[in-house]
Design a protein around this ligand. Structure first.
Ligand SMILES: Nc1nc2c(ncn2[C@@H]2O[C@H](COP(=O)(O)OP(=O)(O)OP(=O)(O)O)[C@@H](O)[C@H]2O)c(=O)[nH]1
Ligand SMILES: [Mg+2]
Length: 347
């Protein structure tokens, strides 16, 4: 699963990328031109730390997602082909929006404008795809369902609305997956603010923009987060508290970005490893077992399930069992976020 960091030149994409990956890609307006930085990020999960306190495992394994820092195109106007293609390959998008003063930037920050401009760009790119496809199928013998669907898409885009807000059935959407629309991809806005504004509420107009569209909004200072990423843990804690925050924005941001992918995590715990396993919502216990190993899926007998909160409160598996918090579930059980599972299987 890949999340694309997008935004206009100098909005702070590479600085955000460095902050979350701990890497040191070159920053500065134009430094990334034509390059896409890729990095794997562990999703901070307090439940894994909680399980590790109980089981004292040899290692902890967090869910991981890949972030790509997609360099902006040539000018502030228009996203070029390469940028659009990289965006299409992402499962979800995070738009870094500049809200900090930058003496090197040609204009003062205008977050609402940036957010609106990117939305317009994605709508236009999608409209172009729809129109091309319409032209093509009108020449061939058109599949009436596809034609009707395309017309619905066109009408929505013509009204300057992102496809995210279009209601269509799963079957209808399925006709168009190969077109890889941009304005339908889950989107999180990352407001990159001045160092002294990290604990302040975001400007009302950008909050309204996000709310009207049902988009997530995270406020952070990429610069501050990059500095934090390079500090020792003790120093980090003190510095984060001095900013008026209780954890680095980085953790909040990564979790919000992970949530965009609509994944949940089930957990496994033992003396070797305490681990988060990201899965699609709605997956059955037997299918979830297959994420660990195909043998476990094939030989599935049952799942012993305890809620993380119960285990954390009772502080041991034995106590959870005594308290009747351990359930036995069959292969059709739908796994929930935060289930700690021990699979029983035949080899
Ligand atoms: N003061 C301040 N400066 C920042 C912040 N975030 C980024 N910058 C600076 O803004 C400039 C551009 O940041 P980059 O991260 O390179 O921006 P970008 O979006 O990757 O730019 P392109 O790759 O050229 O599109 C750099 O000089 C950063 O140091 C911030 O939160 N506060
Ligand atoms: Mg960059």
């Amino acid at each position: 699963m890949k999340i694309g960091l997008v935004g206009f030149p100098g909005s702070g994409k590479t600085t955000v990328f460095n902050a979350i990956t701990g890497l040191s890609a070159e920053t500065g307006l134009g430094a990334s031109r034509g390059k896409t930085n890729l990095g794997v990020v562990k999703v901070p999960d307090p439940r894994i730390d909680g399980l590790a306190e109980i089981y004292k495992p040899k290692k902890k394994t967090y869910a991981e997602v890949t972030f790509s820092d997609i360099a902006a195109g040539a000018g502030a106007q228009g996203l070029d082909r390469n940028v659009l293609n990289s965006m299409r390959e992402s499962d979800a998008l995070c738009q870094v929006v500049r809200a900090f003063d930058d003496p090197a930037a040609p204009t003062p920050p205008n977050p609402l404008q940036e957010a609106t401009d990117l939305e317009v760009e994605t709508i236009l790119a999608d409209l172009e795809l729809v129109e091309k496809r319409l032209e093509r199928i009108k020449k061939e013998k058109a599949n009436p369902r596809e034609l009707a669907g395309l017309e619905k898409l066109k009408e929505h885009l013509d009204a300057s609305k992102p496809l995210r807000s279009l209601q269509m059935s799963e079957e209808e959407w399925a006709l168009f997956v190969s077109l890889r629309f941009l304005s339908v991809k889950p989107l999180l806005l990352v407001l990159n603010v001045d160092e002294d504004k990290v604990a302040a509420p975001p400007p009302a107009e950008i909050e309204q923009f996000a709310q009207d569209r049902g988009l997530g909004l995270v406020v952070l200072s990429a610069k501050v987060e990059e500095d934090i990423a390079h500090m020792e843990p003790a120093e980090q804690k003190e510095f984060v508290a001095s900013l008026g925050l209780d954890e680095p924005a980085r953790a909040r941001f990564i979790r919000s970005a992970f949530a965009l992918l609509e994944l949940i995590s089930f957990l496994t715990a033992g003396e070797d490893d305490c681990r988060a396993w990201p899965i699609r919502r709605g997956l059955s216990a037997q299918k979830a077992a297959g994420k660990i190993h195909s043998d476990i899926e094939r030989g599935f007998i049952r799942a012993e399930v305890v809620r993380y909160e119960d285990l954390a409160a009772l502080k041991s598996e034995a106590k959870a069992r005594e308290a009747g918090k351990l359930r036995l579930e069959g292969k059709e059980y739908v796994v929930q976020d935060g289930d700690v599972i021990n699979f029983r299987f035949n080899v």
